[in-house]
Design a protein around this ligand. Structure first.
Ligand code: MG
Ligand code: MG
Length: 253
């Protein structure tokens, strides 16, 4: 069952989303060659806690950190640690936070120093894929419309979407129904209704869509070692379409 949130609950989710967005901004500002993924994690955890939130991921099924930091061919769920970022890398930062019992969840992939034109292109397609999905969100649309828009956008650009991991509903639990695949058919699946909140999160690979999990049991990387990017927003279905709860344009209230 897909849980619909009341306006009062949505207000709590707006707070969680805003904290997640602010945390990402704090982390993005510090990304540069030489910094370690562990240092980025400390920045995020400190920020979330000092703003009265709790990291969603830390302790989740034993995950040890506040952020997932996935570098280059790592797709998702990378564990922060002693790895130092290098010029030309890309790093995906995924963060969740709970405020007043509700979760926000968002991810962004960022370039480290100067990246190649090819890398820049993949980043742009990743960002575009997330937008293409979000733009389909409105009451009455099908969940499959979102999935299909993402897949079509990515494949048209010659890249592939990861199939083994998907987006998800979000609320009191970080992962609620429905599952939101990044591929599928328009006009299929459940209809969207006001009050539903979706974490939409395309993972886009330069090579094949296939992925593998590293021996640490967490880090997911591309099977062919090619680059991967990941973008995610927590999005509410509202009367006139969608509202991005984790928007980093924090000036607009
Ligand atoms: Mg996430
Ligand atoms: Mg998520």
């Amino acid at each position: 069952m897909i849980i619909r949130k009341s306006e009062r609950q949505l207000n709590k989710m707006r707070k969680a989303g805003r904290l997640v967005a602010e945390t990402l901004l704090q982390v993005i500002e510090r990304i540069e060659p030489g910094i370690t993924t562990g240092q980025l994690d400390s920045i995020a955890e400190r920020y979330i806690r000092c703003r009265g939130g709790t990291p969603s991921f830390k302790g989740y099924r034993g995950f040890p950190a506040t952020l997932c930091t996935s570098v280059n061919s790592e797709v998702v769920h990378g564990i922060p640690g002693t790895r130092r970022l290098k010029d030309g890398d890309v790093i995906s930062i995924d963060v969740g936070a709970v405020v007043d019992g509700y979760h926000g969840d968002s991810a962004v992939t960022v370039e480290v120093g100067d990246v190649s034109d090819e890398t820049e292109d993949l980043l742009e397609v990743g960002r575009g894929a997330l937008s293409a999905g979000i733009e389909k969100v409105r009451p009455g649309a099908y969940l499959g419309d979102v999935s299909h828009a993402i897949q079509a956008f990515v494949q048209h650009k010659g890249y592939s979407v990861v199939r083994a991991y998907a987006g998800h509903g979000i609320g009191r639990d970080m992962h609620e129904a429905p599952e939101i695949p990044n591929y599928g058919r328009a006009g299929q699946g459940p209809r969207l209704k006001t009050g539903m909140v979706l974490a939409i999160e395309p993972m886009v690979n330069r090579g094949t869509h296939e992925v593998k999990t590293a021996p640490d049991g967490w880090t997911v990387h591309t099977a062919d070692g090619e680059l991967s990017v990941h973008f995610e927003h927590t999005v509410a279905v509202v009367e006139d379409g969608y509202e991005v709860l984790t928007c980093r344009c924090l000036c607009s209230e």
